[in-house]
Design a protein around this ligand. Structure first.
Ligand SMILES: [Mg+2]
Length: 425
């Protein structure tokens, strides 16, 4: 029976590139603001220096970590991906494998800027990528190394400010509102600290809120340091496509395109009633606020866990039918460990989720919310099984994870035995 390669506690929000749990820290999306003022009114009515928020995004994170591990590949078009790293990609020296030699269904996890210049992007099938960049080099992902560098850059950032919101394996928000010093100098200190600790570059965006900071970090990649304030909104924000707003995904973009709203500037000039009738008052107002660069979400620096999870990558990919007993044992072990984690942390949770990664690295999650929070292994397992029934299995699995979210501290009531069921007589 294949043994689990790793099974450790994972903080929520980690590993977005590798498949997110969509849990935890302050989701982007419509907030609760209901204020209608023009751009100038807003700009004059508020001190743009009242908050100083930075968004730090590591540059081509996985690929850059690989370049640290294989410095001889610097400057090469390098693609990270592959179906079964370490199994069908037996690479003793990475140069042994050119993308054109790859046969399989794998997808591009990420790639260097040199490969991007040839038209390759993450999520693209490797066979297709090979047509754009046949000479690009292919390396399997090494998630343990990425997690280690993630911890290193976050620790380095913590020496500059402690107000940090963890947004996943390669990005964080930081707040400098209370920090002394000129903002560019602080930003440079932060970039230097990250570089010094990891050897990696990052792109930093700074603004009066998370919305502008996030957009700014993407404006000058790699190794950028971009400051945006509200006065820059018409010149810098409005020419950008609406998809640059964090939270405006393909579906919203398509609905906006149908209204002839393509750029953020179009959005700024769209009638409020049109947005509100199309998207509802909350989302309509949120879109209008975004177009004006308005966002008052606080940083979520809460280190209390929002969720706890355990996951296992299998030694060999497992088939849901022929390897059923092994999968069942693994699921039981994950739920037992998760229950032990919950007990140790003094938490219980209502939302039970599963994560599956298929052989081709596609990741799916499902969750199920219980009526009562629980820390009980058997209840977690039964809810996880319910989730698994909602997934299709048309290929082998390489990873299974279980998560308990919507955590709350276990109180005395939670520890008491469940109330006796009323008997029907
Ligand atoms: Mg990044």
């Amino acid at each position: 029976m294949p043994l689990p390669r790793q099974a450790g506690p994972a903080a929520s929000g980690e590993g977005r590139d590798g498949g997110s749990w969509h849990a935890g820290h302050g989701r982007c999306g419509p907030g609760a603001r209901h204020q209608t003022v023009s751009f100038m009114d807003y700009n004059q009515g508020m001190n743009p220096m009242s908050r100083r928020i930075a968004h730090l995004d590591m540059d081509a994170f996985y690929a850059s970590v690989e370049l640290l591990r294989h410095p001889e590949l610097k400057g090469a078009a390098l693609v990270i991906g592959g179906r079964r790293p370490g199994a069908d990609l037996k690479v003793s020296h990475p140069e042994a494998l050119r993308l054109r030699e790859y046969q399989g269904r794998g997808v591009v996890t990420t790639c260097t800027y040199e490969a991007r210049a040839l038209g390759v992007h993450s999520g693209m099938g490797l066979m297709k990528a090979a047509r754009y960049a046949p000479e690009a080099l292919l390396l399997p992902p090494s998630f343990d190394a990425y997690r280690q560098y993630s911890r290193l850059f976050k620790a380095a950032a913590g020496t500059v400010t402690q107000a940090i919101e963890d947004r996943g394996i390669d990005e964080i928000y930081l707040e400098f509102t209370e920090s002394d010093g000129e903002i560019r100098a602080l930003g440079q200190r932060l970039k230097d600290a990250v570089k010094g600790a990891t050897g990696l570059s990052c792109s930093l965006g700074i603004g009066p809120n998370k919305l502008l900071a996030k957009i700014a970090s993407d404006l000058d990649k790699p190794d950028g340091l971009t400051v945006l304030d509200l006065a820059d909104v018409p010149d810098r924000l409005w020419p950008l496509p609406v998809g640059k707003i964090n939270g405006v995904g393909p579906k919203v973009q398509a609905r906006l395109a149908a209204l002839k709203v393509v750029t953020i500037g179009d959005l700024a000039h769209a009638p409020a009633e049109l947005l509100e009738t199309t998207f509802g008052p909350r989302v309509g107002q949120w879109l209008a606020d975004c177009a004006q660069g308005r966002d008052d979400r606080p940083l979520n620096t809460d280190t209390e866990p929002k969720s706890l999870s355990r996951e296992t990558t299998f030694e060999q990919d497992l088939d849901v039918h022929s390897d059923r007993p092994a999968l069942s044992r693994i699921l039981t072990a994950l739920c037992d460990r998760l229950a032990a984690d919950l007990l140790q942390k003094g938490h219980e949770g209502r939302t039970i989720g599963i994560k599956l990664r298929y052989a081709d690295f596609r990741t799916v999650t499902r969750d199920h919310t219980l009526a009562q929070p629980t820390a009980d292994a058997a209840l977690i397992k039964s809810a996880a099984r319910d989730c698994l029934k909602r997934v299709s299995f048309n290929q082998k699995l390489r990873l299974l994870g279980v998560r308990v979210g919507a955590l709350c501290p276990t109180d005395s009531k939670g520890l008491a035995p469940s109330p006796q069921r009323e008997l029907p007589f």
